[in-house]
Design a protein around this ligand. Structure first.
Ligand code: 5GP
Length: 210
């Protein structure tokens, strides 16, 4: 899909409440040269969000027209809305040699890894289930029912960790960002999905009680 020398594509996924957005902000703060892809979505904007900064907000007709014209590197339906990564947006930065970060769900990450096997897939896990629940409740915007649903979805999403190249645990944002930098520098062996420390840590997290 891309020929010649180009930048790296890094895909970051996580269950909601795992601290992915906080980590990504810290990475961009440390590395302003890294480009964060802005996705297209049919979800209505939240109060704090701006079109073209957080997402490109489009209606279903526009999204489906883009889908049909193969404008997306990946796309998925998440929590009842469509999301997609613009191939043109991402390839422009990659051709300029930039590292590009995609903050997308596991379904989209799987599609990217099939289309661009050289992409680096990183999955973020919360330190334990109790912390995940605390973070989901801490957002303070959802009802108890919505929180229980999000928690259930998050626990199911966590099971996709094996589909990634690396796993990071978001106990401390600074340490997690250090480990992320280590991966980009080719020193992420301990966080590789098939390393013993990662497998033991993930087993502990998945076994922790709610
Ligand atoms: P939110 O609507 O809360 O911003 O995001 C909901 C979920 O959709 C998150 O897991 C987020 O990572 C995911 N998401 C955001 N953009 C994309 C995208 O372009 N593709 C896919 N597959 N998922 C996305």
């Amino acid at each position: 899909m891309l020929s010649g020398k180009h930048g790296r594509l890094v895909v970051v996924s996580a269950p909601s409440g795992a601290g992915k957005t906080t980590l990504v902000h810290e990475i961009i703060r440390r590395h302003p040269e890294i480009r964060l892809s802005i996705s297209y979505t049919t979800r209505p904007p939240r109060k704090s969000e701006t079109n073209g900064r957080d997402y490109f907000f489009v209606n279903e007709n526009k999204f489906h027209a883009m889908l049909l014209s193969d404008a997306f590197l990946e796309s998925a339906r998440v929590f009842g809305h469509w999301y997609g990564t613009s191939w043109e947006y991402v390839s422009g930065f990659l051709k300029q040699g930039n590292t590009v970060l995609l903050e997308i769900d596991w379904q989209g990450a799987n599609q990217v890894c099939l289309r661009m096997p050289e992409a680096i897939g990183i999955f973020i896990l919360p330190p334990n289930r109790q912390e995940l629940e605390r973070r989901l409740r801490g957002r303070g915007t959802d009802s108890d029912g919505a929180i229980s649903r999000r928690l259930r979805d998050a626990l199911t999403d966590m099971l996709h960790w094996k589909e990634f190249d690396y796993v990071l645990v978001s106990d401390d944002v600074g340490k997690c960002a250090d480990a992320f930098e280590g991966i980009l520098d080719g020193q992420g062996e301990l966080n590789r999905v098939n390393s013993l420390p990662t497998q033991e840590r993930v087993a502990q997290i998945l076994d922790s009680d709610t």
